[in-house]
Every structure is written in C-alpha cells, then in structure tokens.
Design a protein around this ligand. Structure first.
Ligand SMILES: N[C@@H](CCC(=O)N[C@@H](CS)C(=O)NCC(=O)O)C(=O)O
Length: 219
C-alpha cells in the first residue's frame, strides 16, 4: 500500500520530505490535508500536531519533516542519506535543525510584508534573515553537498528555502544576495534533476501566492 504524504505546495518543509521520497523512489500518494486545510478538525483528528508535512504509513502516522526524514531513512536505507560516522551525522542534524529553527522562521517573518506599500517596514526582518544566512555560510562547507559527493537528509531542507528567500525578498523590492558558498551549494543542489523538479514546482506555487497577495493588497 502506498504511503500517504500530507503536504501543501507552498511549504518548504513539505518540499524537503518530497525530495527525500523521490530520491528514495518510495511509492507515495500526495494529498492536501483532510478537509483541505491543516486547520480542519478532520486533519487534527488524524494528525494531532496539526501541521504539514505528515505521513500515514498503514496505521502509523507521523508529523514533522525531520522525524519523517529519519523514519524514511530507517525504512528505506537506499540510497543512503545519513552518514555512518556519529559526529558527522550529528553535525548534519545540527544543520537541519538550523534550517527549521533559524532560517525558515526568519524567512517566514517576511511573508506578512508582501504587498505592503511601505517596503522599508520589512528592513529589520530582512536584516535578521541576512544575518541567518551569514551564520549558515560559516556553519556549512558543502563540497558540493554537506556530505561531499553524496546527498544527505540535511541537504534536502535547503534548496527550496534558498530560492524562496530570493523570490520573497525580490517581491519586497529588496534583493538578497546569497553568500558565495551558499550560491555554489544552491547551484549544485539544483543540478540534481529530482531536486530541480521539486524546486520548480514550489517556486511556481510561491509565485502564484505572491501575486495573489500583492493583488489583494492593491484592491
Ligand atoms: N517543524 C515542523 C514545521 C512544519 C510547519 O510549520 N508547517 C506549517 C506549514 S509550512 C504548518 O503546518 N503550520 C500549521 C501549524 O503548525 O499549525 C516540520 O518540520 O514539519
């Protein structure tokens, strides 16, 4: 039976899991949350945490992108995406946590400014995000990926987020230049055909969302 993947096209956390599912060629069916929204009672009845991404594997349900990534690696270890060395593995996990606890929240803080007429109101949030990117550039040393030539689970958090940072800041009229090391990592990730497809789909969804937000604030 196929695994059910509850996801939303705009979510970078969902894109992370989607990339891992596809790289591991796992049989899955992607669905919006029951009732069409992660706020619905039907969805909360099934997924108590009420967030996307989540999976349902038979009677087993699980939320949280990193927990899902680890579960998928345990169940489907080929191709291997987790380093055998305990220190390297722990370091990779810390890079994944940095994404979820620092970078994505700093990006998300910009969402409310899209379509605002006074673009400068976003400056403080943009400078927090720029600082997060500088710290990330000091934290990682991709060659070309975090685990040298092999993609690991933690790489998969970043491609859609790095593009979303550029697309959302451009929508605010404030171009964010990624540090050179992150640009090289982003390019290497995007060269992978599976990642490229997931990134392109996510960017199309984000572009549509930005457009609708800008139009709704004009009218
Ligand atoms: N740490 C979680 C964060 C997931 C998350 O924040 N998802 C958002 C959508 S992008 C969501 O479901 N928000 C609704 C909620 O948490 O109530 C993960 O990695 O899965």
């Amino acid at each position: 039976m196929s695994l059910i993947f509850y996801a939303h096209p705009l979510s970078t956390y969902c894109a992370k899991v989607r990339i891992i599912l596809k790289l591991k060629t796992i049989d899955f069916v992607e669905q919006l949350p029951l009732g069409g929204s992660y706020h619905s009672n039907a969805y909360h009845k099934l997924i108590a945490a009420g967030s996307v991404p989540a999976i349902q594997d038979g009677s087993f349900v699980l939320h949280d992108s990193d927990a899902i990534a680890e579960y998928l690696e345990d169940c489907c270890p080929v191709p291997t995406m987790r380093a055998p060395d305990s220190q390297q593995r722990a370091y990779h996990r810390s890079v994944a946590r940095y994404h979820d606890t620092r970078l994505e929240p700093a990006l998300r803080a910009l969402f409310g400014f899209i379509g605002e007429s006074e673009a400068d109101r976003a400056d403080a949030a943009l400078s927090v995000l720029t600082d997060c990117l500088s710290r990330l550039a000091n934290l990682v040393d991709p060659a070309p990926y975090l685990w040298a030539e092999q993609l690991c689970l933690s790489d998969c958090a970043y491609p859609t987020t790095l593009f979303m940072i550029q697309d959302v800041s451009a929508a605010l009229g404030k171009t964010i230049e990624l540090p050179a090391k992150l640009q090289a990592w982003q390019s290497a990730l995007y060269e992978d055909q599976t990642i490229q497809q997931v990134v392109d789909d996510n960017r199309a969804a984000v572009a549509g969302w930005i457009d609708s937000k800008q139009k709704s604030k004009i009218t």
